[in-house]
Each structure stands twice: as C-alpha cells, then as structure tokens.
Ligand binder design. Structure first.
Ligand SMILES: [Fe+2]
Ligand SMILES: [Fe+2]
Length: 409
C-alpha cells in the first residue's frame, strides 16, 4: 500500500488539517492516510501543548466524525515509543514489518493488503520545506519516506525552488510530490490565543468545550516547568492503563484542582499532580487494588468502590515516584473525605466530582460557589453524595461521617 503519514500536534485540529488529509486522498498519491498526533513534541513542552491524550482523542473523534472514511486512520503509535517523539523515531518504529501489519489490521485494513510491501509518504504543508533539512536525522527520514507536500493557492511558497534547495542540501534528489488543496487558512496557535473557533470542526469544538481544554491559562502561568512536564509525562503513562473517559476525567481533575489551589491557597503544583493521579489505580484488577489499598491504609477501606483511592496512593508512590504525603493523602481520601481535611484534600475531593466533563447532575451551583467558597462547595457536594447513598440504601463510610460532622452537613 501507499501510506501517507501525517504527524502534528493538532492542538487543536482545524479545517486546514482536514483539507490536507482530504487533498492527499483526492490526489491519488496514497491509498491510506495515517494521522499521528505527536505525543512528546521535540520543540514544545509542558506549558505550550495540551496533554497528549486530549489531542489524540480530539483528533480521532474529529476525523471519524468529519471525514468518516476507512482510508483515514488515527494512530496512537507515539504513546508507545520511548523518549521525545522525533519523526525519525516514529518512522523507524512504525515501518517495522510486524508493527505496521498490526497497526493496519487493528484499524480494519484487510490482512492481505496489510502484508504487502508498503511505500511511505510524509504528508506535510509546504511551510515546513524551508526548515526540513534541519530536522533531526532528516537524511534518514527521506530514506524512509517521500515528502508529499500540500500546496495551498496563495501560500506564497515556491515548492519547486524549495525542492532544488533541498536536493543540494542533501546532495541527492529528495523524493517529493506535491498536491493541491483548497484555501483554508488556519493556525492552531492563533485558535488557542484568540479563541476564534471559525476554522475548528464541530466535533473538535464540542470536545474543547466538554473538557474546557483551553480554559486553564491561570494554571499554566502558575505551575513550575518541572511539574508541567510531569503532568504531560504522567498523562502519557496513564494512557495504556485508563480508558478514554476515565483518563480525560483524571486530566480534567488535575487541572481543575490546580485552578482551585490558586484560588483557595493550596500548592498549585501538588494539586495538579494529586488531581491527575487520583484515579490511577481504578482499572486494576480487584485483588491488586485490595493489596495496594492494604499497603497504604491497612483495613480502613474494604468496599470495592473505595479501594482505588488508597491503592491509587500506593500506585502514585511506586509507579510515579510520588513521595509527598500531602499528595498521597489527597489521593487516599478523594472518595470518602475524612475528618480534618486539608485544603488540598478538599480541592481534589471536589474537583473529582465537578470537573468540566461531569454531567451526572446539575453542577452549576457547586461550580459557581467553588470559585470563592471551598467549604461551601464541598458541603453542597457532600450533601448531594450523601443523599444519593441514602436513596441507594448504602451506608456512609465512617470517614465521610467525620467530614459531614466537620462541615455541619
Ligand atoms: Fe475515584
Ligand atoms: Fe475520579
């Protein structure tokens, strides 16, 4: 098969990206386009890019809904490659014979076709050509792929002149094909900076709204660089162990916790990490959760639904190297609460219940109050949790009763 690989940050994906994918298929140069959201961008870290799972799911859902063509697949391959996502590393990993076969068949490509020898193209906009020879191991890249360059009317780039320049820079003929696309002018960074969603496809726009994706500028201004990078790395590490909905929920909880920390005077760095890792153990098998819960809290938690909280603290310690007891406590008590909760405990407890994608009940009032009165919001939240328990005939954990007593619920 002739496979077009289209890598990028896609933060967010916009109509210009979709027009490149459509144009490549229309050109007849490729049989299939594989869109590859960059997981660890070599040039942009922490504060500049949204966490990879957000971008991956946004791209996947947008491509599926807006293009809806079996010839276009979205790959999570970079979640499984080590270190910074240099294009050459991704290409080496992806083009290994067994690997590409697995990826294609998993995406529904016929086994016979997936086994054929493949020809690879690197799909890109014409704007990358002027810098392409400076890319990490660019000579190796063009030994694996041909460049398939989208030419947009009026983009002012002379592709033939760039081709001549590249040929002389590499000292040989660089394989390069071009195709025409319609004139969509859009830039992800402009969209992030201005909030203008004119060129954002509807599916992506809904995703951005549902997760308040660009809504935490205050957090990114306040957290330190090391923590921002940890948040991104943990998000990648959580990808294989949490399903879509829970993973996005944990990232949302991290960001909302950090936002509340800024308002209510807790440590923003600790809040970001505690919120992000609070449910990390939730999809482990029950016996593992039980053992890890016992390690953290003895026999304090026995109900299956509660195990993941203390187990999460153990996992945060063992897998993610978190040793800060305030973070570990906030994870341990995020389900039940406890008497004498710290501000950080309350923040993670609350953010877990009301992060932007939560819709189980009308959360408008809790969210409004949480912006200025933490105890008031926790009180309201706890009241609604306790009501639900009473309706379901479930007993409160003694720790929850301690919290209720503290808050006068
Ligand atoms: Fe939880
Ligand atoms: Fe949660």
């Amino acid at each position: 098969m002739r496979i077009g690989l289209y890598g990028g940050s896609f933060d967010p994906i916009h109509n210009g990206h979709l027009s490149i994918v459509r144009g490549a298929l229309r050109s007849g140069a490729v049989d299939l386009v594989m869109v590859i959201p960059t997981v660890r961008n070599p040039f942009k870290r922490g504060k500049v890019l949204s966490a990879a799972p957000y971008r991956y799911y946004m791209v996947k859902e947008t491509i599926e809904a807006e293009i809806s063509d079996p010839r276009v697949i979205v790959s999570d391959v970079e979640f499984y490659t080590e270190g910074i996502s240099y294009t050459v590393n991704t290409l080496r990993y992806l083009t290994a014979k067994e690997k590409i076969f697995d990826i294609l068949t998993e995406a529904g490509v016929d086994e016979r076709k997936a086994r054929e020898p493949h020809e690879y193209f690197w799909l890109c906009g014409s704007d990358i050509l002027s810098m392409f020879d400076k890319w990490y191991k660019a000579a190796e890249i063009v030994s694996i792929v041909s460049l398939l360059v989208a030419s947009r009317p009026g983009d002012g780039i002379d592709i033939d002149a760039e081709r001549i320049r590249l040929n002389s820079a590499f000292g040989h003929e660089v394989p390069l094909l071009k195709f025409e696309i319609e004139g969509v002018e859009a830039s992800s960074s402009d969209i992030r900076n201005t909030g203008d969603k004119t060129e954002v496809p509807k599916t992506a726009e809904e995703f951005i709204r549902e997760h308040a994706l660009y809504g935490f500028k205050d957090v990114w201004e306040a957290v330190d660089d090391g923590t921002a990078n940890k948040f991104l790395d943990y998000a990648v590490a959580l990808y294989p162990i949490l399903r879509r909905k829970r993973l996005l929920h944990t990232l949302n909880t991290g960001l909302l916790s950090a936002h509340y920390a800024l308002i209510h005077g807790a440590d923003v760095n600790k809040a970001l990490i505690a919120g992000e890792l609070h449910d990390c153990a939730k999809e482990l098998p029950e016996d593992e959760q039980r053992q890890m819960a016992r390690e953290r809290s003895g026999d304090l938690f026995t109900d299956f639904k509660l195990l993941h909280s203390p187990a999460g603290a153990t996992m945060a310690k063992v897998k993610f190297g978190i040793v800060d007891e305030e973070i570990l406590d906030a994870i341990t008590y995020h389900t039940t609460g406890r008497g004498g909760m710290t501000t950080l405990d309350k923040i993670v407890y609350l953010a877990d219940k009301i992060e932007p994608s939560r819709t189980y009940t009308d959360l408008t009032e809790m969210r409004r109050i949480a912006e200025y009165d933490l105890d008031g919001a926790v009180r309201l939240c706890l009241g609604s949790v306790m009501d639900k328990f009473v309706k379901q005939g479930r007993e409160h954990h003694p720790l929850t009763n301690d919290l209720a007593r503290d808050l006068g619920v």
